[in-house]
Design a protein around this ligand. Structure first.
Ligand code: AMP
Ligand code: GLY
Length: 439
């Protein structure tokens, strides 16, 4: 079987690496891929952009690709799955209408309200009906969001009413392009964030291993928001009881609502949740794809064949398959270019990858490319070094041993990935507990 992975980040390297391990998979193509996928056995890159749907369809037809898996949200929201299906190509991901769950925050808030799924209170505005008076009546802080896709940058947390009004006006005036023509102003939620990722096939659900991401750039959850600076799996916060609540209060009503609206969901579904002190799982956002960097530690732990799970979802018998997980914890540290998430430099030679390749764990590439035989930086998030261990703290040690072997000019990374989970792990050990939701 031939597999095509669409995208070029760390998530796509992990997807390609995982699929290439299956005996029944003869070859994995990645469009356009990165230096990591170029160097992976049984994997090759194809020079077609993830947004070039016509080019991807032509390639998949010519190479007789059996299964395509879409990594990023852009092509999903643009309707790549509908287009592939119209040409009888198997493509794993939600349809254009189902992908609106990520493509439009205003649509999603209205959907969540209509189906009574827990989420922050909100109002939606366009420049035609914007009302600063509404903002002045709200409690602070307030969150102002661009409706459309903004590469993780369209969310501004405002500490004053004046700042919220200015942010709203700037977005409506075009600071985020078309994505900000409609805005959502919402209540700021307290709590702890978790990433809850499932494979969905209409009403059938396979929950993936739990995970948590670190959104802020700097240690101690300081600095600007990023796409994610590191992640680990499992997330000790997500106990079996919380898992059940999330399924009952969020995932199941979401999939039912989508079906009732005529947009059944097939694909990875990622709920970004803020868990309140009383355990309420509030939806912050939906992503219509796998998380990045959550994919890297989650797939390090997946022992089942990923293409078998995708096939089962596409064929409507997801309920008949199970996923087996490595009981060990996995933890990934993102190594980013200096300056990320703002301006950053590209083209720096990455040193130490050969040394890291001899160490336990796995270095997934994200923003890298090959230049005259050397691996160079080519994006903000450059690598994700993933360690495995009996505990999160031993997985963390393995991951940082990889990080310490690698260097380039102005590399930056957090030194505290997993800290909160390790605190929980230690508190649990001192109470004599063992294990988590999956063990
Ligand atoms: P989003 O793209 O909507 O997930 O927002 C990006 C990040 O902003 C989230 O991962 C949270 O860390 C933060 N955030 C978004 N909405 C809220 C909210 N209502 N309350 C608190 N933090 C939020
Ligand atoms: N790690 C956050 C995301 O994938 O959006």
């Amino acid at each position: 079987m031939k597999v095509l992975i669409i995208g070029s980040g760390g998530r796509e390297h992990a997807l390609a690496w995982k699929c290439a391990q299956e005996n029944r998979v003869t070859h994995v193509y990645v469009a356009p891929g990165n230096a990591g996928t170029a160097l992976e056995p049984k994997v090759s890159n194809v020079g077609i952009s993830a947004d070039d749907i016509d080019g991807l369809i032509a390639f998949a037809q010519r190479e007789r690709i059996d299964l395509s898996i879409v990594g990023p949200e852009g092509p999903l929201v643009a309707g790549i799955v509908d287009r592939f299906e119209a040409t009888n190509l198997r493509c794993f991901g939600p349809s254009k209408l189902a992908a609106r769950l990520e493509g439009s925050k205003a649509y999603t808030k209205e959907f969540l309200r209509r189906y009574a799924i827990p989420t922050a209170g909100y109002a939606t505005f366009t420049s035609a009906n914007f009302d600063p008076g509404y903002i002045r009546l709200q409690r602070l802080p307030l969150v102002v969001k661009a409706d459309g896709l903004a590469a993780g940058k369209g969310v501004i947390i405002c500490e004053t009413h004046a700042a919220a009004i200015t942010s709203a006006q700037e977005m409506l005036a075009g600071s985020f392009g078309a994505a900000g023509k409609t805005i959502v102003v919402e209540e700021f939620l307290q709590g702890e964030e978790v990433s809850f990722i499932v494979i969905a096939s209409n009403q059938q659900v396979l929950t993936l291993a739990t995970s948590q991401d670190h959104k802020r750039r700097d240690d101690g959850d300081q600095g600007p928001n990023t796409g994610g600076m590191g992640a680990y799996s499992p997330a000790p916060l997500v106990t079996p009881a919380l898992n059940l609540r999330i399924m009952r209060e969020v995932i199941e009503p979401t999939l039912r609502g989508l079906r009732d609206d005529g947009n059944p969901y097939v694909g990875f579904l990622y709920a970004g949740l803020m868990i309140a002190a009383d355990g309420t799982p509030n939806v912050l956002e939906y992503n219509c794809r796998f998380g990045d960097p959550e994919t890297q530690p989650i797939l390090m732990r997946l022992q089942s064949h990923l293409t078998v799970l995708c096939d089962a979802a596409l064929d409507g018998h997801l309920a008949s398959v199970e996923a087996r997980w490595d009981p060990r914890a996995a933890l990934g540290v993102v190594m980013a270019a200096g300056g990320y998430p703002l301006e950053f430099h590209r083209g720096d030679i990455i040193q130490g990858l050969e040394v890291a390749a001899g160490l336990p764990g796995k270095v997934f590439h994200a923003g890298t490319s090959l230049s005259e035989g050397q691996v160079v930086t080519a994006g903000g998030r450059v690598l994700c070094a993933v360690g495995l261990g009996a505990t999160i703290s031993s997985a963390q040690r393995q991951a940082y041993a990889l990080v310490n072997a690698i260097h380039w000019n102005l590399v930056q990374y957090r030194r505290d990935i997993g800290a909160r989970a390790i605190g929980r792990e230690r508190a649990g050990e001192s109470r004599g507990e063992r294990g988590n939701a999956e063990r």
